[in-house]
Design a protein around this ligand. Sequence first.
Ligand code: 5GP
Ligand code: ZN
Length: 146
Amino acid sequence: MGPSRDTCIFCDIINKKAPAEIIFENEDVISVLDVHPIHYGHALVIPKHHSRDFLDLPEQLFPPMMHAARIVARALVEEYQLEGYNIFSNNGEVAGQTVFHFHLHITPRHADDNIRFVLNLKRYAGNDLGEAGLRLRQRVHHLLHR
Ligand code: 5GP
Ligand code: ZN
């Protein structure tokens, strides 16, 4: 388990107990500049409700999160005249999550910025792609109908 809301840096920022460069705030969401940016302007979009990860966040908070993400992305695009940006979220320690209060990253991208997410792409063997699709379709069906 990660820290609870009592020891959570993002809850401290939300409660104004820790400083942050806030660029957007409403009753559900806050957005701040990341202190260790992938590139200048790298922003975090954080629900005010303390949830550990994507699956822990109450579903009704996704529309306000996407609303905030779009405003912040548009501000970054205009301010830095961006040709592109990444929106991503790390969920779980093995996925690189270090702050266990769900958040989206929005990071500016530029031509020749030399930023690489190092990937090791796999190839499905035989009918493994079809089998994975079948199993996951069944699992989704059970989740929707249980
Ligand atoms: P994660 O690794 O969990 O996906 O992302 C956590 C992010 O929060 C990191 O990019 C890290 O730089 C940022 N971060 C950690 N502590 C603070 C802080 O005190 N203030 C701000 N603004 N960002 C933080
Ligand atoms: Zn928190």
